[in-house]
Design a protein around this ligand. Structure first.
Ligand SMILES: [Zn+2]
Length: 380
């Protein structure tokens, strides 16, 4: 990883993976089971998106890792020629078990869980999480960690930090075994990158301990684990800022699951490089569109108030039924170039999937544009 330019703590970096060169900061939409609902690859590419996340847990359940492997790996299976990152599957498995202990159990060895789809039993150990991600054949993979809910006691979160560090070590050992077994060199254009995940809840000392423990093992990048909002729904500004500072600057800083446009801008200013979230596609499917505020049209995006540079609009509202104006004058996506508010409103009311598709395309375009504006702003 190379740092190309800095503006205070925010930075532009570049790193190579087997499906191409990546320039950060960038945003990855979630192609959960190897697709984004209603969108084809061209829809995603035309939005300006190049990297996506796939979810190991969901792929284990459907269609199953064997099918993806037999299909030549996830890129070939999807016919997606750009970089993909897989998560470890841990977050979903742990949430499933934390919510209902009948769904499985967690020990120091790993997790055993029941598929909510078929009822079949699955094992997810640190070693298994790495083997599965190698079988998927992604560009970037993530260690299995223990993500405690933020309301857990400090003692419980401290236990999760110890387990996360010990599992990260097992993941790294398995990663090295798999590289040898599969004859992959250490060149990042050939091997997948491996990221550790920093836990510690809202406790700065635990976040620091976890970051230090992981850095001693050594990873290509480090992610922010668990939710980034506290029990009161507040953005954990200080925890995110300090955690970014605990990560070595010559590694990739991944703000997992973040987020809304304001939080992305806040996190870029702290030094975070990678982002992923379901917001643009999920909100789009529900008819909520993202727009830049006209007042900041030509302004430097890192200098404006992060809570005020954009707004959202619900296209399904009654007031749009007879609004034959363009959706936006400042967006050149497929939706805004071709259709009126009234037409999109009609598609949603008629429940035609093309409405959800066009809205998701527009939102991905907004996110890709946001990241481009951020990079321009850092590079000024
Ligand atoms: Zn648009």
């Amino acid at each position: 990883m190379k740092i190309l330019s800095n503006r205070e703590k925010s930075r532009i970096t570049e790193f190579e993976t087997k499906n191409g060169v990546n320039t950060t900061p960038f945003f990855m939409p979630d192609a959960t089971r190897g697709f984004i609902k209603f969108l084809g690859n061209n829809d995603i590419l035309n939005s300006g998106i190049r990297q996506m996340v796939v979810n190991t847990y969901h792929l284990i359940l459907n269609p199953g890792v064997e099918i993806v492997k037999d299909g030549g790996g996830i890129n070939k299976f999807m016919n997606w020629k750009y970089p993909l990152l897989s998560d470890s599957g841990g977050y979903q498995v742990f949430s499933l078990i934390h919510k209902n202990s009948k769904m499985g159990s967690i020990t120091d060895d790993g997790a055993v869980f029941r598929s909510p789809v078929s009822g079949a039993k699955h094992n997810l150990t640190p070693e298994r999480a790495i083997q599965i991600q190698f079988d998927l054949g992604v560009d970037m993979m993530v260690c299995l960690d223990d993500p405690p809910p933020n309301h857990y006691t400090k003692k419980q979160i401290s236990g999760a930090v110890d387990r996360t560090i010990s599992w990260a070590k097992r993941c790294k050992d398995e990663y090295e075994r798999q590289l040898k077994k599969r004859g992959l060199s250490l060149d990042s254009s050939e091997r997948p990158l491996l990221f550790g995940v920093i836990q510690g809840g809202k406790h700065l000392d635990l976040r620091q301990k976890c970051a230090k423990g992981l850095a001693e093992i050594g990873f290509d990048g480090y992610g922010f684990g668990a939710r980034h909002i506290d029990e009161d729904g507040e953005f954990m500004e200080e925890v995110l800022e300090k955690t970014a500072s605990f990560i070595p600057d010559d590694s990739i800083k991944f703000a997992l699951g973040i987020g809304n446009p304001s939080d992305i801008v806040r996190c870029v200013k702290m030094g975070w490089d990678l982002f992923d979230c379901v917001i643009p596609t999920r909100e789009g499917r529900h008819g909520r569109l993202f727009f830049f505020d006209d007042e900041i049209k030509d302004q430097d995006i890192l200098s404006v108030d992060p809570s005020k540079f954009y707004f959202t609009e619900n296209i399904t509202l009654e007031k749009n039924k007879k609004d034959f104006s363009k959706i936006s004058d400042n967006c050149d996506c497929e939706l805004c170039k071709n259709h009126t508010k009234a037409y999109l409103n009609h598609l949603f009311r008629a429940k035609d999937p093309n409405g959800a598709r066009l809205a998701a395309i527009h939102n991905l375009h907004f996110y890709a544009k946001l990241m481009e504006r951020i990079r321009q702003s850092i590079d000024k």
